[in-house]
Write a protein that binds this ligand. Structure first.
Ligand code: ADP
Length: 907
């Protein structure tokens, strides 16, 4: 019961905050992610580029190695070519033939000198005799070739190249391993790398005559090699077979095998050497670097070589990419390429910022939503609770209204029940008790006890306090913040008091109405009885007056003088009119008292109409009014009704048509079958007509249009009232259409003999108890109204309501009657009534839910059957057992306010 305006639900919420830390963490996180992606891409590109570079380097290295290998081969080919030329040309032949040694030596000197000058590659070109003595020697130094004087020639018998070459066969050659030149047992400095090529000179008889030795200057080759290697991306080196450097980037390391062999590739890079030593060519990756290598042996390519005494040792050409020797300059340049990528840092930060902001924003929105949700849920639960309370209160009010609306109980009984519905509507029903004080009486709940926690509401009637409602809590409750009761409960108790006040007003009004009704019924009854008895009383002397008047006129013994005759004429006219009036009054009284009996039979409408026309014709003739019968000679129409009463009706209409016609006018009677089972007989005149505003009242008792005695024609104003009652009792209907000054058409609908829907009251269905029979008559006429097919929907609803209402009233009377004389089957009969009421209500509900013709037909059929059956089968039994107890019954009905023989339908 907390006051909360729905609009404030969300406003009251302080928005949830996401701490800056969360935002910062997200920002850093997203920035790092984005940077990582960029960097990853960079690294991948770098890696690809590097590996491409490595591949490219490898290719470069390989081709450099191949070029270097070719260089060596090419130089060696030249040397060997020269050597073989020297050993086989004419000069050599001259020497071998030994005809003129001195000349031969000179020729050889010349030849060697030429060669040395041309090639500029040979440190020495020598001819060494079989005993090791140098015979010819041309040196090349400082760009100059010189023939060494004979005194400077040395014995080389012990040198390995001499002995190795002198063992060779003709045409074979020797290539020494590369080493540094030794001069006079000292390693010459600057170093002179040297390869010795030698071939033997063998004469025709196979005797060794000498050895030609060319000292090839390795430096030239090594320089070219080194130059070549400068072009490769890695470090180029040349190793001899034993893994000693012949060419190394580190010059210190070169030629170590000439100085004790401390330094070697094998020692420095044992792991790489292991493979390089064994394989011809390949790539070795070690922790220290990547080694591309190939093995070269220039002599193998020399296909003109028949044999070799000693093969040139295998050289290893290696290029190395040292890991520790990463080319920082290239990395730097590459990084420079990436430098623009540094621009991504602010971009990454920006994206990171927005991502962080949007995710944090979303998170925030989610949080807000969750919080709003839970807030709403809480509110809803409060609201639901409040609603439950309201429902409880409304239920209390509804229960109270239901009790107060009951018609069958007194004020006291109502209040006794009402007090019990109060506590359940309160906030804490289990500790609530209540009391309604009305007049002298207190109505309390079973647990009633006065406490300090009380609320009251006065009950007023006509400005006076006539009572009070008191509600007490039996104990104090913590939630009672507004005195003992909350606002809603104050409203509730006030509403209940108001309800009771309205109830009292209604009850008192009802009581007043009931007594007024009783009075009216009594008066009406007195009137009917008076009229009936007066009619009888009047008719007797009136008949005497008319009879004697006629006797006076007709007496042959005492003929009347013209004057006397005129007086008697007046007496007779007045008397007849009076008699007519009295008869009509008598009819009316007996119809109203439901005492008129009908005797039904089948007959032709043609015949009865013809009779009526004949009867009225003289009346018309007196005023030259022509009565035209358009019906009687037509096809015969069979009716099932009371012959005499129908005649009475038609004569009444025809005589009115004459009476209110102009002299010389016409009256036309016609008949037509309706499509709802009736014959519509209409009487049309050319008379004065009836103004529109008067048409609805012409059927009212004593109503006469233009009731001015000067213009009024003879008449009583009873005729049409009686006619209407008669028609309706015959399950028919009457109506009028008229234009003032032009004429009127009065019509009646009378059921055809073939119409099974109607139920006409006759003595045959009379029970024999006046009160019951008159009710049955009313019910029958109501039923007939419902049966009429032309009745429109709104009328049907009214008739059904009226019918149900009247049926209930009738059942109450019938039950009172049964109770009055102790009807033995009372209980069962009452149950039957209840069942019938329930059934009718149910049918009526189906009709009101769906106003279809089908539902209406069902309802009609049901009503007709039960009414007919109930009257004939059940109510007839009441009559048998109630005989002779009329007085008791009357008294009982009077006591209960149910004496209403004239409670009539709205006819
Ligand atoms: P009465 O004819 O005895 O006056 P009714 O009950 O028959 O009484 O008629 C009531 C009134 O209806 C008449 O006084 C008359 O004013 C009017 N009325 C009845 N029939 C006609 C008609 N055919 N033409 C014009 N007015 C008529």
């Amino acid at each position: 019961m907390i006051e909360t305006s729905p609009t404030s639900l969300l406003e009251k919420q302080s928005p949830p905050q996401i701490p800056f830390r969360v935002f910062a963490v997200r920002f850093v996180f997203y920035t790092i992610i984005i940077l990582s992606v960029f960097i990853g891409i960079g690294v991948a590109v770098f890696h690809i580029q590097t590996s491409l570079e490595i591949k490219e380097n490898n290719v470069k290295n390989k081709s450099a190695i191949a070029i270097a290998a070719n260089l060596a081969t090419h130089d060696f080919e030249t040397v060997i070519g020269d050597l073989l030329f020297l050993s086989s040309d004419d000069t050599a032949k001259g020497f071998l033939e030994g005809n003129n040694i001195e000349n031969s030596i000179i020729a050889i000197q010349e030849e060697f000198l030429n060669l040395s000058r041309t090639r500029q590659l040979y440190d020495q070109v020598r001819l060494i005799g079989p005993s090791g003595n140098e015979l010819v020697r041309v040196n090349f130094a400082n760009g100059k070739s010189t023939i060494v004087a004979p005194e400077n020639l040395q014995n080389k018998f012990n040198r390995y190249y001499f002995s190795a070459t002198s063992l060779l066969a003709k045409g074979e050659y020797y290539i020494s391993p590369i080493d540094l030149n030794v001069e006079n047992s000292e390693i010459e400095f600057p170093h002179k790398p040297m390869i010795r090529f030698g071939t033997p000179l063998i004469d025709a008889s196979g005797i060794l005559r000498g050895v030609i030795v060319i000292n090839y200057l390795g430096q030239d080759f090594l320089d070219k090699f080194r130059k070549q290697m400068e072009l490769v991306p890695g470090t180029g080196m040349l190793l001899n077979r034993d893994g000693f450097w012949l060419s190394s980037p580190d010059i210190e390391d070169e030629w170590s095998f000439m100085f004790g062999g401390e330094v070697s590739f094998g020692k420095k890079y044992p792991k790489a050497w292991e493979t390089i030593k064994k394989e011809q060519t390949g790539v070795v990756e070690t922790a220290k670097g990547t080694f591309s290598f190939t093995t070269v042996n220039p002599s193998t390519k020399m296909d003109q070589t028949p044999t070799m005494a000693k093969q040139l040792e295998d050289w290893k050409i290696i290029t190395v990419s040292f890991d520790e020797q990463i080319d920082f300059s290239s990395i730097k340049s590459r990084l420079l390429i990436y430098f623009p990528f540094l621009g991504i840092l602010p971009i990454a930060m920006l994206i990171g910022f927005f991502l962080a902001r949007s995710t944090v924003g979303r998170k925030l929105a989610e949080l807000k939503l969750v919080e709003a949700n839970s807030y709403l849920e809480e509110k809803i639960s409060i609201r639901t609770h409040e609603l439950d309370e309201r429902v409880k209160e409304q239920t209390g009010l509804y229960s109270l209204a239901k009790i107060l609306n009951r018609l069958d109980i007194t004020i006291e009984e109502s209040l006794e029940l009402a007090v019990e519905v109060l506590p359940p509507a309160w906030h804490y029903p289990e500790i609530t008790c209540a009391c309604i004080i009305y007049g002298e009486r207190d109505f309390t709940t079973a647990n009633f006890m006065k406490t300090d926690w009380c609320q009251t509401a006065p009950i007023n009637y006509q400005g006076n306090r006539v009572g009070v409602i008191e509600v007490y809590y039996l104990e104090e409750t913590p939630e009672l913040d507004e005195g003992p009761f909350l606002k809603e409960e104050r409203n509730l108790i006030n509403s209940m008091a108001t309800n009771i006040e309205n109830f009292l007003i209604r009850k008192h009004t009802e009581q007043n109405l009931l007594s007024a009704l009783k009075e009216a019924e009594k008066a009406s009854k007195v009137k009917s009885e008076f009229l009936a008895s007066m009619s009888h009383e009047l008719r007797t002397p009136l008949n005497a007056v008319i009879g004697f008047g006629q006797m006076l006129q007709l007496s042959p013994s005492y003929p009347l003088s013209p004057n006397q005759n005129e007086f008697v004429e007046n007496i007779l006219e007045g008397g007849n009119h009076l008699l007519e009036l009295v008869n009509e009054i008598l009819d009316l009284a007996s119809i109203e008292a439901n005492q008129l009996n009908f005797s039904l039979s089948d007959f032709e409408a043609n015949e009865i109409i013809s009779t009526c026309v004949q009867l009225v014709t003289p009346l018309g003739e007196a005023r030259s009014i022509k009565i035209i019968d358009n019906f009687s000679n037509g096809p015969s129409v069979l009716l099932f009704t009371d012959h005499t009463r129908l005649k009475q009706v038609l004569i009444n209409l025809l005589s009115n048509a004459v009476k209110f016609n102009n002299d010389g006018g016409t009256v036309t009677i016609e008949g037509k079958e309706t499509d709802y089972g009736y014959l519509r007989i209409s009487v049309t005149d050319t008379g004065i007509g009836i103004a529109k505003e008067d048409q609805s009242s012409v059927f009212n008792l004593f109503h006469r249009v233009d009731a001015d005695p000067m213009i009024a024609r003879e008449g009583t104003g009873i005729g049409l009232t009686v006619t209407k009652l008669l028609v309706e009792r015959m399950a028919g209907r009457i109506g009028v259409e008229s234009d003032a000054g032009i004429g009127s058409t009065f019509w009646v609908d009378i059921p055809l003999a073939s119409n099974d829907d109607v139920l006409i009251w006759t003595d045959a269905i009379k029970v024999g108890v006046d009160a019951i029979d008159s009710d049955h008559q009313v019910l029958v006429s109501m039923l007939n109204r419902l049966m009429r097919r032309s009745t429109d929907e709104a009328d049907v609803d009214d008739i059904i309501d009226e019918l149900i209402d009247y049926t209930q009233h009738h059942f109450a009377r019938e039950e009172a009657i049964m109770e009055a004389y102790g009807y033995p089957d009372y209980e069962r009969h009452c149950n039957l009534h209840q069942r019938l009421i329930d059934d009718v209500n149910q049918q009526a509900e189906s009709w009101s839910n769906e106003s279809s013709q089908e539902n209406l037909d069902l309802l009609r059929k049901f009503l007709k059957n039960w009414l007919f059956n109930h009257i004939l089968k059940e109510d007839a039994k009441i009559a048998i057992s109630s005989k002779g107890k009329d007085q008791g019954i009357r008294q009982r009905l009077e006591d209960q306010g149910l004496i209403s023989g004239t409670k009539s339908s709205k006819t």
